[in-house]
Design a protein around this ligand. Structure first.
Ligand code: PLP
Length: 355
């Protein structure tokens, strides 16, 4: 059965809807086929164990756990850190607020206090201001969450000084710290700051394999040995404990070796797209703000809606994201090159010019 909302994949030649649309490369598939495997649930899969050890070291943490998705990494982290009735402090643009089906309320049974901030990046002062005084009427402020890079903030990189200001304020207020590192490696490549420097101040942090790294599956959540032990209980509860998952872990290991440095190309392509689109009359976009592989732009002044433009592009085999009625998103990745991005930008410009 084909779901009605499912786009017809075969018609799409240039897919800029997300960095999750990558398909495993041939060498990655070979690495997967040749992976040593075992029963992951029993801790017996050598490839999974290797991926976890390597990811924990990369992020400066003691231990790590392999999970099926980034969403599960966030959900398990929040459920592990929080008790029912706790409060989680994060940017209003965060993925955990808008795109995880209120999982914080369902699993961690906690509420979220959002900070309105520019591009999804807040400060230690914002954290201190959001912490509630301890009294029987208020939720207990418990966890601060940082999204590196911030997706809906425009792929913005949290500068290390902002991270340090937030982590210092959180520690002063006895709060735990969690980093959604869906695009942590994009931040690393864009800033030159190591994953370890970005991640060590956090009590938990994860890395998505299925975004810029180009894997078909999984995320790796890291933290202290004690935190990861508790996370294993949640993994079982969620039905996320696996068997011969080494096939997927091998893709992750391959990506860490071969797909990190090349993220710089995605950033160059995103900037190129942004520069081309910024020249189109009535499109609102500031190319200076393109820091990584995400490009958001507004089309209201063109007289066309985001859906109008998307529909026209799809006829040409080009897919870009509709964020809202007049807001669009383009994401560059491993499966699109400079030529594709130029073609997509030109197509958007022509559609608007013809209208
Ligand atoms: C910032 C951020 N966090 C979490 C996720 C969830 O990751 P997954 O799709 O692997 O569940 C995404 C996915 O787009 C994301 O962009």
């Amino acid at each position: 059965m084909i779901c009605a909302a499912m786009p017809v994949q075969t018609a799409v030649r240039i897919d800029l809807i997300s960095d999750t649309s990558t398909r495993p490369t041939l060498p990655m598939r070979r690495a997967m086929a040749e992976a040593e495997v075992g029963d992951e649930q029993r801790g017996e899969d050598p490839s999974v164990n290797q991926l976890c050890e390597r990811s924990a070291a990369l992020m400066g943490q003691d231990s790590a756990i392999f999970l099926p998705s980034g969403t599960m990494c966030n959900q398990i982290a929040m459920a592990t850190h929080c008790q029912p009735g706790d409060e989680i402090i994060t940017a209003a643009a965060s993925h955990i607020i808008g795109s995880e089906a209120a999982g914080a309320a369902v699993f961690a049974r906690s509420v979220i206090r959002e900070i309105s901030c520019c591009r999804g990046v807040f400060s230690g002062e914002d954290v201190s201001a959001a912490v509630r005084p301890r009294n029987p009427k208020s939720p207990r402020s418990r966890l601060v969450e940082v999204e590196q890079t911030n997706n809906r903030g425009g792929g913005s990189v949290w500068p290390l000084r902002a991270i340090l200001s937030v982590t210092e304020a959180a520690k002063a207020n006895d709060l735990a710290l969690h980093m959604d590192g869906a695009r942590l490696m994009n931040a690393v490549v864009a800033s030159g700051v190591s994953a370890r420097d970005f991640a060590t101040p956090f009590d938990s942090v994860w890395l998505d394999l299925t975004k810029g790294l180009g894997c078909p599956f999984g995320g790796v959540l890291a933290g202290s040995t004690d935190f990861i032990e508790q996370a294993w209980t949640w993994k079982h509860r969620f039905g996320g404990a696996m068997r011969q998952a080494g096939i997927f872990a091998a893709a992750g290991l391959y990506a860490l070796d071969h797909h990190v440095d090349r993220l710089a190309e995605d950033h160059v392509n995103a900037r190129l797209f942004a520069e081309r689109i910024a020249e189109v009359p009535s499109v609102v976009l500031d190319p200076i703000k393109i820091e990584t592989n995400l490009v958001f732009f507004e089309v209201k002044e063109t007289g066309l809606s985001a859906k109008d433009i998307s529909d026209q592009l799809l006829k040409k085999g080009i897919r870009i994201g509709i964020e809202s009625a007049f807001r669009m998103r383009v994401v560059t990745h491993l499966d699109v090159d400079r030529k594709d991005v130029e073609e997509a930008a030109e197509a958007v410009a022509n559609i608007i010019a013809q209208y």
